[in-house]
Design a binder for this molecule. Structure first.
Ligand code: 13P
Length: 396
């Protein structure tokens, strides 16, 4: 994306108007409020992909559907596999991912799947490309594009997210391979601050990433994860989340990101995981929606929550509570742990358990689909699905 600011004419302090005002077109002209002065700039947005981005985002944010996140880096996928005693190697990661993506009927509840690069270029053991498996299920392929978190010098032991270098060419290649949306996860820690520096850095990185993705035809999922770690209250989480989202939306606008062609992936507003008291789904829904209404314009098509270490049932109940009355955006899920936990337990790495594992995935996907529609009840849920999945210092 190129943003060209017309320089002010030093002598007259004027610029010449070039370009026509346009809502989603190639040029945006702004007139200064100061009489007799015009400042003009024009920005090329999304390199001609605008209509496709809007369509992709709407498809993902369609009623009763949400995202299956299976974009764990190879190291994090290893944690999933080791939880059932499997070695972390490519054949095992392939078996696991194909089990998930080939689940019959998955596309009814799942509109998008976020993949790690290995999976985007991988085939099933039968030789079918994973992207073709998704296309047959009418599931949009997504790709994790960030390069992970590293310490942020000058902060209070906080981190920042790498991956902007070379992102334009990587996203162009991912588009060619069939990806139509992307994910970039950065984190904000409440116990460690968050410092102004960490919040600004997180928001700016997300905005640069989003602009680059749109320029290459990928809908960016914007994910500044406010971590669950800590003993803070729900009010404190809400205040931090409001600050983080307001800053992020500001920088997205500064980078001329098309709001109709993005998706957001917030954490739900809950008390810290070491806070003595748990909040009810109604309290969580009320704090989360208040935070979002204050910071996110209705032009954004979809809010796709992460599960963040909540149990499967908790994540579904909280989503259901948020859909008890109409929202300005599609409010849905983009869960990893809260969709995969029961599946792993059912599978145990055994071929004879594949069907049972796929059934477990379908149960969770359907439950969250109902929650997206505000129609879920936890009656009859397995005890296992009620167990929390919080891991301290969790990375992707
Ligand atoms: P969880 O739902 O496990 O928090 O996943 C977060 C995520 O960013 C997956 O893409």
């Amino acid at each position: 994306m190129s943003i060209m600011a017309m320089p002010l004419n030093a002598a007259s302090n004027r610029t010449v108007a070039v370009g026509k005002p346009s809502f989603m077109g190639k040029s945006v002209m702004r007139k200064s409020a100061t009489a007799g002065r015009q400042s003009v700039r024009f920005a090329v947005r999304a390199a001609g992909y605008e209509a496709e981005l809007v369509k992709t985002a709407k498809t993902i944010a369609s009623p009763g559907r949400g995202i299956l996140a299976i974009d764990e880096s190879s190291a994090t996928c290893g944690l999933r596999l080791s939880s059932i005693g499997l070695e972390n190697n490519e054949p095992n990661r392939q078996l696991y991912r194909q089990l998930l993506l080939e689940t019959p009927g998955l596309g009814e509840y799942i509109s998008g799947a976020i993949l790690f690069e290995e999976t985007l270029y991988q085939s099933t053991t039968a030789g079918k490309k994973m992207v073709d498996v998704l296309a047959e299920q009418k599931i949009v392929a997504g790709i994790k594009v960030d390069k992970g978190l590293v310490p942020l010098p000058g902060s209070n032991n906080e981190s920042w997210c790498q991956g902007l270098d070379g992102l334009a060419s990587r996203t162009a290649a991912y588009y060619k391979q069939g990806a139509r949306f992307a994910k970039w996860r950065t984190v904000v820690s409440i116990p460690n601050g968050p410092s102004e520096l960490a919040v600004q850095e997180a928001a700016w990185g997300l905005a640069r990433y989003a602009a680059i993705c749109q320029d290459n035809g990928l809908v960016p999922i914007v994910e500044p994860e406010v971590l669950l770690d800590g003993a803070h209250s729900i009010e404190r989480t809400q205040a931090v989340a409001e600050k983080v989202w307001a800053t992020t939306m500001f920088h997205l606008a500064q980078n001329h990101v098309l709001f109709e062609g993005i998706l957001l992936k917030p954490s739900m507003v809950t008390p810290g995981n070491e806070h003595g008291q748990k909040a009810t789904p109604e309290q969580i829904a009320s704090a989360t929606l208040a935070m979002l209404r204050r910071t996110v314009p209705p032009a954004v098509p979809g809010i796709m929550f992460l599960s963040g270490g909540q149990s499967e049932v908790e994540a579904t109940l909280n989503l259901n509570a948020m859909n008890q009355s109409p929202n300005p955006w599609h409010v849905s899920f983009s869960y990893a742990r809260a969709l995969q936990n029961s599946v792993l337990k059912a599978w145990q790495g055994r071929p004879e358990n594949v069907e049972a594992a796929q059934k477990a995935l379908l149960i969770r996907a359907k439950a969250n689909s109902l929650a997206q529609l505000g129609l879920y009840s936890a009656e009859g849920e397995a005890e296992e699905a009620k167990k929390g999945m919080f891991v301290k210092g969790y990375t992707y």
